[in-house]
Ligand binder design. Structure first.
Ligand SMILES: CC(C)(COP(=O)(O)OP(=O)(O)OC[C@H]1O[C@@H](n2cnc3c(N)ncnc32)[C@H](O)[C@@H]1OP(=O)(O)O)[C@@H](O)C(=O)NCCC(=O)NCCS
Length: 157
């Protein structure tokens, strides 16, 4: 499931993610299994999938990682084109927020390309603000990415 939806997202929005579709497609199954296993206990990292009741195929995905002490890092956010503007993205962000809040995260942090206007509008609309002092080099500023944050006490509204 992880492999399928991740490859679909990389085909749909290659510019949005720091990974190429052809490279991901060439990744052996054993490596996908290892990635999934690393998140299986939900302790340090986790993948959330959005699904419509009764349908096995996910329509959205997001990855979150725990960075001690208080940051919950969000990656790989994607909603299938046919399911956009229905609140699925907001639900996935809230799932990440709840996961982070459960272990004491104070904020959710993500990186988005400034040129990705739909995503910028989405994050802005649900309460994320641009961090003027990116948390560290991971902000990827040199590549046109902006770091954004939202307190875990906030909701998508
Ligand atoms: C960005 C993305 C995840 C949003 O998911 P979504 O499920 O459509 O988002 P929601 O339905 O929860 O949107 C919530 C609000 O955000 C805003 N919003 C979402 N998409 C928007 C867009 N394309 N343009 C303007 N505003 C947008 C709207 O205010 C929306 O509320 P409304 O529909 O009631 O007006 C989705 O468009 C996507 O997967 N894009 C491609 C991948 C990508 O760029 N990922 C981000 C990488 S950092």
């Amino acid at each position: 499931m992880l492999r399928e939806i991740r490859l679909r997202s990389l085909l749909d929005a290659p510019e949005a993610f720091g990974q190429r579709h052809d490279e991901a497609a060439a990744t052996p199954d054993s490596e996908w299994d290892a990635i999934a296993r690393a998140s299986a206990d939900g302790n340090r990292r986790v993948w959330f999938f959005a699904r419509v009741d009764g349908n096995a195929d996910p329509i959205g995905v997001v990855q979150a990682r725990r960075r001690q002490p208080f940051d919950c890092l969000l990656f790989s956010m994607w909603v299938a084109p046919e399911a956009r503007r229905l609140g699925v993205g907001s639900l996935l962000i809230d799932a990440v927020r709840d996961w982070g809040a459960a272990w004491g995260a104070k904020r959710v942090v993500l990186w988005v390309l400034a040129a990705n206007e739909p995503a910028m509008r989405f994050y802005d609309r649900i309460g994320f603000t641009v961090l003027n002092d990116g948390p560290d080099a991971e902000s990827g500023r040199a590549y046109g990415a902006l770091a954004m944050e939202r307190p875990t006490s906030a909701s998508a509204g």
